[in-house]
Write a protein that binds this ligand. Structure first.
Ligand code: NAI
Ligand code: OAA
Length: 328
């Protein structure tokens, strides 16, 4: 183990996702070879509950956990952090879409963007899980003018993992045989999980499935509406799977995606694949040494074009709405 700890901030640390995420981070799921220092941000009324979670972290005696600090002041908690996982935000309830949270949650990300801009480490990477994740990332980025914009991303890795799992179940292939999955667009019901570039054991996934009706009427809606299905079943939104995906995304970002494969991340568009520049939209990306690059040169047919355009149109609407609210 190298001696300098990776300083990782987690917001909303006393929440549902936090309760799974912190223990995975502390046990080495993010960086097995490097100790980790946790910086946990909560709102003041949740600090007592967070103290209880810290007692439990202590009781695990994790050898790789170098320290834990908690607080309700973003500038103190984010001081010198190398990675900020912005989870804290109100989750949706039954019957809501994630976009309904724009106003309630948007304000959180202006304050946190400004605080990161002031005090985060020069190498900071910022992953946004709190919904609506893409537009919250856009808000944080817009309020942190000194941090390079490619340091911000929003979580679509949960959708990516859901898509892999659904495809594995359909084809009978192990999840490890599924590669090159892509989620395009928004982390919302308009997202487009793409089977036309994915592979099952090296063969084109859409061809292996050979059933366009299943792709359109089962696969895409099941993945896109999985969050709502979990809310219906559990009475609250997905937490352990969201924590797991948050770690998958951060680990690959910091330490690199697998050779010959790619992952889905929502990042600032440079105009690739006709996605309007400046929107935080999900793309297929490869990652290396803390940097990502959008996979280029994929052929997009009319079906995929329509789906990508619909989701990015929603992102443009969300951007215009937060502009109207003065958040960007
Ligand atoms: N991108 C994705 O794939 C997913 C995103 N989510 C989103 O993650 C967010 C958190 O979900 P849960 O943990 O289930 O919610 P939760 O309600 O259990 O926890 C949220 C926590 O955030 C805290 N919080 C609120 N404002 C804060 C602020 N300004 N600073 C710091 N902490 C603050 C609350 O006190 C609470 O403890 C929600 O917005 C949810 O919709 C959930 C699942 C998947
Ligand atoms: O659906 C929700 O509101 C929570 C979430 O983002 C997900 O599970 O994908």
């Amino acid at each position: 183990m190298t001696s300098s700890p990776l300083k990782v901030a987690v917001t909303g640390a006393a929440g549902q996702i936090g309760y799974s995420l912190l223990f995975r981070l502390a046990s080495g799921a993010l960086a097995a070879d490097r100790p980790i220092e946790l910086r946990l941000l909560e709102i003041t009324p949740a600090l007592k509950a967070l103290e209880g979670v810290v007692m439990e972290l202590d009781d695990c005696a994790f050898p790789g956990l170098a320290g834990v600090e908690i607080g309700d002041d973003a500038e103190k908690v984010f001081d010198g952090v190398n990675l900020a996982l912005l989870v804290g935000a109100r989750p949706r309830g039954p019957g809501m879409e994630r976009g309904d949270l724009l106003e309630a949650n948007g304000a959180i990300f202006t304050t946190q963007g400004k605080a990161l801009n002031k005090v985060a480490a020069d190498d900071v990477r910022i992953g946004v899980t709190g919904n609506p994740a893409n537009t919250n990332a856009l808000i944080a980025m817009s309020n942190a003018p000194d941090i390079p914009q490619d340091r911000f991303s929003a979580l679509t890795r949960l959708d990516h993992n859901r898509a892999i799992s659904q495809l594995a179940a359909k084809t009978g292939a192990p999840v490890a045989d599924i590669t090159k999955m892509t989620i395009w667009g928004n982390h919302s019901a308009t997202q487009y999980p793409d089977l036309f570039h994915a592979e099952v054991g090296g063969r084109n996934a859409a061809e292996v499935v050979g059933d366009q009706a299943w792709i359109e009427n089962d696969f895409i809606p099941t993945v896109a509406k999985r969050g709502a299905a979990i809310i219906d079943a559990r009475g609250s939104s997905s937490a352990a799977s969201a924590a797991s995906a948050t770690i998958d995304a951060a680990r690959d970002w910091l330490f690199g995606s697998a050779e010959g494969d790619w992952v889905s991340m929502a990042v600032r568009s440079d105009g690739s694949y006709g996605v309007p520049e400046g929107l935080v939209s999900s793309f297929p990306v490869t990652t290396k040494g803390g940097d990502w690059s959008i996979v280029q040169g994929l052929e997009i047919d009319d079906f995929s074009r329509g789906r990508i355009d619909a989701s990015t149109a929603e992102l443009a609407e969300e951007r215009d709405a937060v502009k109207g609210l003065g958040l960007i």
